[in-house]
Write a protein that binds this ligand. Structure first.
Ligand SMILES: [Mg+2]
Length: 195
């Protein structure tokens, strides 16, 4: 079941892309893109049964700031267990990061999305869903992440977005600045959506 292709390929797609810049500029004018499906302080709070009951079939999970600090190679037991619980509950699960993809050995049997356009490109989400989750309907997919600009791009692809309060780490200035600004937009439009 596990399919970690290009395991040793140290590719990072974290830089500024045109898609990222355009999405960021568009954001304040399209509040619907900023509407979180749910929002939590920690990844381990994501209610698996509730997702299942509301018809969610698959989840794409961001790594940096969501599962652990930036560029982390070691993840907590609780986080690994929560991911495993998602799988045992019947959800299709894959990790989708714009940064290095070769550091998730703790997550056995979990697909790591690779070789697709970086978030927030909608094509990247589509390919992640079809190839790495084996699913076809974006409305049955949740992206779980800490960044409205990258992870939140799932909304463009017709998916739901669950926001996680970012775990502090060694994030670049521009990343952190744009992420915080996008979060302010989201909180402005949907003040009651956040813990
Ligand atoms: Mg992140």
């Amino acid at each position: 079941m596990a399919e970690i292709t290009e395991k040793n390929n140290p590719v990072s797609r974290e830089g500024l892309t045109l898609t990222k810049i355009l999405y960021f500029i568009l954001m304040p004018f399209r509040p619907n893109l900023l509407k979180p499906y749910m929002a939590f302080d920690h990844f381990t709070e994501v209610p698996i049964e509730q997702l299942k009951l509301s018809g969610i079939q698959g989840v794409l999970i961001d790594a940096d700031g969501t599962l652990g600090p930036h560029h982390s190679r070691i993840f907590s037991r609780e986080v690994v267990e929560h991911v495993n619980k998602m799988v045992t509950s019947g959800l299709k699960v894959a990790i989708y990061t714009n940064a290095f993809e070769n550091r998730f050995q703790q997550f056995t049997d979990i697909n790591v999305v690779t070789g697709v356009p970086p978030k927030p490109d909608r094509q990247g989400f589509k390919e992640a869903m079809e190839i790495f989750l084996g699913l076809k309907n974006p409305s049955e997919i949740c992206m779980i992440g800490d960044n409205f600009i990258t992870d939140g791009g799932a909304r463009l692809a017709g998916m739901q977005f669950i926001h996680i309060h970012p775990i502090k780490g060694d994030e670049s200035f521009i990343h952190s600045f744009t992420r915080k600004l996008a979060f302010q937009y989201a909180r402005f439009y949907f003040p009651r959506s956040f813990p």
